[in-house]
Design a protein around this ligand. Sequence first.
Ligand code: V47
Ligand code: SF4
Length: 375
Amino acid sequence: MSSPSISTILRDKNLATGLRVIAEKVYAGDRITSEEGQLLYDEASLGYLGSLANYIRERKHGDKTYFNRNFHVEPTNVCIYSCSFCSYSRLIKKREDGWEYSLDDIMDIIKGYDGKPVTEVHIVGGVLPQYDVAFYAELFSRIRKHRPDLHVKGLTPVEYHYIFKKAKISYEEGMAQMKEAGLQSMPGGGAEIFHPEIRDQIASGKCSGEEWLRIHEIWHELGMRSNATMLYGHMEEFKHRSDHLEKLRELQDKTGGFQTFIPLKFRNKNNELSHLDESTVVEDLRNYAISRIYLDNFDHIKAYWIMLGQQTAQLSLSYGADDLDGTVVHEIIYHDAGAKTPEGLTVGQLTDLITEAGRIPVERDTLYRRVLPAG
Ligand code: V47
Ligand code: SF4
């Protein structure tokens, strides 16, 4: 499924004026407005969007497609919140069916990767009272002491907001403590949809969109980097997606601290929104392309292959994405929610996916520095 070139689009006499203006802006490297972003969601065809997004993707990265070697640690699958899209949330009522790891349990998992060439641990899971500031500070510092070359990418504003409030400390003080303890970057989770019309329905009680953005801003002001996500394809409308992208673009203009944007496809198994259909592949690709076009100040757009499925992830590489995340050993969130992908891929399998899609695999570390092959 490849799209026409941008010059073919620009020569198309039947193209609607608004879409022509956007194509000319993209060709000139100019930014589109939020109204134009909305127009893309409302009216642009997949072929048109693919042409523009691929043009930007190749201008920024050529054929390079990034991946890293990472693994996930999920301290618990129980949570005090009950986000309606989440396949964890039901477990708080059946706490005994879940797991709640201690510091030593988590360190044992980390030590299980000793001697393996992984560069990143991604720590993500539910929110529980025993996981407080002291617990996470101790965890980050123990991981860093045990393995200084392993990048610690951990937690989201959902956890940070909760633990700082409980400890009665400001976001500024809390994030500075996390940095001091050894946290190196923040993943993009917990963003869902910022707009309260949707957020209040699907993620009630947890940090607001403004709080999510503020915690990232403070983290960036400390000189640190983070990622951003958007959970799409459930009950939101296009206007909520464009609002979400606009808020991210505004903050990125201020701080420049985001590395990558990751659209997360809603999966409908085992959660309260199971009655909703999942988005189609066409909708997934349109959303990737619009994100690439809209977020002109983001270097990277990541297709999280675990959630998208390997084939759609391959296709997304021609619709704006330039990163496939990592080998991701032991992923739970999406498998609970119905993802049929394996829980991890070997480096060979991941690079084969990329070359089969006509791109060049490049191993990176968490901060997008190139990792050279060993030996
Ligand atoms: O915040 C939960 C999402 C996120 C479902 O930064 C669901 O590199 C779809 O943020 N269907 C956590 N999505 C995962 C995450 C992430 C993943 C990979 C890389 C990075 C990164 C970040 O997963 C949650 C939520 O938005 N999620 N349940 C579901 N049923
Ligand atoms: Fe808890 Fe996160 Fe699931 Fe919400 S999405 S219920 S905060 S684990």
